[in-house]
Design a protein around this ligand. Structure first.
Ligand SMILES: N[C@@H](CCC(=O)N[C@@H](CS)C(=O)NCC(=O)O)C(=O)O
Length: 270
């Protein structure tokens, strides 16, 4: 049986969960609590040396990095296919996972931390909080975490996040203008799955329409994706009412600031 190490409400894991569900694969969940630093336990670091979730275990072997896990699942369990057959479309599909891995994951993390997780981090002991910063082993990540914890929406990383999302939504709008319903070719693929959790998070934080109010094609794409059984079950279906209410509550508080920073970002473009 496949086993998935994950934390509650982990955006990176959600794309893996959707992929598993689209393929009707049975799996079991092994919970990792990021707020007590379980991701840095020696046993977990052996499986995932980066100290992050998700990790998929297949026949006792770890597969890490959510985009790679999704591709691994598609190659191992090819039906229904979620990677296009044509090499050109595969390359187009991978542009979306590259975008997420290079920019959109961090953009979402920074928005979530500045809105919401910084308050959860206040419930950690000072020792746990310092442990989380120190254990990342990556000075750039540590700097980003500390900045969003301390400055919230005023962190410069939030401004960068807004710029990254603005560019991503522009690219999505262009892809949908060309393809119609989905981001790559004429079928639902890992291209769509890669973007779903990050758009869902903005939606829960009440920040999505800041970027999509004037992008009806993207809104229609999101409605199609959100209505899929895999997204409903694996994102909303795994959250408690309290978790959803918290995201809405804290996200709404930074909404005006995010909209103002987006206007500032757009005004600086020539
Ligand atoms: N590129 C990795 C990122 C994984 C990642 O950062 N996961 C987050 C949860 S969504 C995590 O485990 N964070 C724990 C930490 O940073 O301490 C992937 O896509 O698998």
């Amino acid at each position: 049986m496949l086993k998935l190490y994950t934390a509650r409400n982990s955006i990176c894991t959600q794309k893996v969960l959707i992929t598993l569900r689209e393929k009707s694969l049975p799996f079991e969940i092994e919970p990792v609590n990021l707020f007590t630093n379980e991701q840095f336990s020696p046993a977990y670091l052996k499986l995932n040396p980066k100290g992050v979730v998700p990790t998929l275990m297949d026949a006792g072997k770890p597969v890490i990095e959510s985009s790679l896990i999704c591709e691994y699942l598609d190659e191992t369990f090819p039906h229904p296919p979620l990677i296009p057959a044509a090499p050109y479309l595969r390359a187009r599909m991978r542009l979306w996972s590259k975008l997420v891995d290079e920019q959109i994951f961090e953009a979402t993390r920074e928005l979530s931390f500045s809105a919401h997780f910084r308050y959860k981090m206040q419930t950690m002991t000072e020792e746990q909080r310092q442990g989380r910063y120190a254990n990342t082993g990556d000075p750039a990540k540590r700097e980003r975490l500390m900045s969003t914890y301390e400055l919230g929406v005023e962190s410069p990383y939030v401004f960068q996040a807004i710029g990254h999302f603005e560019k991503a939504f522009k690219s999505m709008d262009e892809a949908l203008a060309e393809n119609g319903e989905w981001l790559v070719g004429d079928a639902f693929t890992l291209g769509d799955i890669n973007m779903i959790p990050y758009v869902a998070r903005l939606d829960y934080l009440q920040l999505l329409d800041v970027f999509t109010a004037e992008r009806p094609r993207v809104r229609a794409w999101w409605e199609r994706c959100a209505a899929r059984a895999s997204s409903e079950t694996e994102i909303g279906g795994r959250l408690t009412g309290e978790e959803i209410a918290e995201m809405r509550h804290y996200g709404s508080k930074i909404r005006d600031a995010v909209a103002a920073k987006r206007r500032e970002y757009l005004a600086a473009l020539r």
